[in-house]
Write a protein that binds this ligand. Structure first.
Ligand code: IPE
Ligand code: IPE
Ligand code: MG
Length: 246
């Protein structure tokens, strides 16, 4: 049985987190919403360290959705800038920690300097063999699936792909997450219980854990509590659990 598949105290191979509640957390403290985003970056650093300490292979962080452009322009600008600052400040440490950085989402829609920064972060860490940190930025699952289908249709139209040969794997390999195992555990903070267009295809058999606290308050203990909840789940993948089958 592969790590992250099946029950019995397994550490998930891939944890994906919907980092939610920054704005509400800040407002509850009488601070501007963006202060919540700033604090959120600190929590990202701690979460990456803790994922490494727990032996998690892949950590995906939902940082900015394709729907978040509808927010006030000042908040959008702040979030774009925060990503730049994070990459510039933290890339060296991530490189040293053997972390491989991958970005998912529609990069074409981003301004050239940000695109170049993201390309560079991936290139500089491509050979690293430790934790894979996947940053979902300008990411929406429906957009990802639409872009993938468009590429496959183009290949079919040009005779490079036989439509009758399309399998589930064909679509998986055309998504931004190609080569990354599906998430075993998806955590969402702030008490909201929805996926908000996150990894819809890949989440088919993910275990979902909803943590009550806002992202700026998510700490190592909360991460461990989510991992413990995951370890207690009986993952059946449509089959029968090990004890029922025997
Ligand atoms: C998550 O916090 C960060 C992003 C979506 C970019 P929010 O900004 O959604 O905070 P709330 O949910 O409004 O409190
Ligand atoms: C999801 O949170 C996106 C990120 C965490 C980046 P949102 O705050 O955008 O989701 P909704 O609007 O509550 O569904
Ligand atoms: Mg939110």
């Amino acid at each position: 049985m592969k790590a992250g598949q099946g029950s019995g105290g397994a550490v998930p191979r891939h944890v994906a987190i919907i980092m939610d509640g920054n704005g509400r957390w800040a407002q509850a403290q009488g601070l501007p919403r963006v202060e919540g985003h700033r604090r959120g970056v600190e929590v990202v650093r701690r979460t990456v360290r803790h994922a490494r300490a727990r032996g998690i292979g892949y950590l995906t962080l939902f940082s900015f959705s394709s729907e978040n452009w509808t927010r006030p322009p000042e908040e959008v600008a702040f979030l774009l800038n925060l990503l730049k600052i994070f990459i510039r400040r933290d890339l060296t440490e991530l490189e040293r920690a053997n972390v491989r950085v991958r970005i998912i989402g529609d990069r074409e829609a981003l301004v050239a300097d940000l695109r170049a920064l993201l390309d560079d972060a991936e290139a500089r860490t491509a050979a690293n063999t430790g934790l894979t940190l996947v940053i979902a930025f300008n990411y929406g699952a429906r957009d990802e699936i639409t872009r993938a289908v468009r590429r496959l249709a183009q290949a079919a139209a040009e005779g490079r792909l036989d439509p009758t040969a399309i399998r589930e794997d064909t679509l998986s390999a055309a998504l931004d997450t190609a080569g990354t195992p599906d998430p075993d555990l998806i955590i969402r903070t702030s008490g909201e219980m929805r996926l908000s267009n996150f990894l819809l295809w890949q989440a088919a058999y993910a275990e979902l854990v909803f943590a009550p606290m806002a992202w700026p308050e998510f700490d190592e203990a909360a991460f461990d509590a989510a991992l413990a909840e995951y370890a207690g789940r009986d993952r059946r993948f449509g089959g029968l659990s090990a004890c029922a089958a025997s």
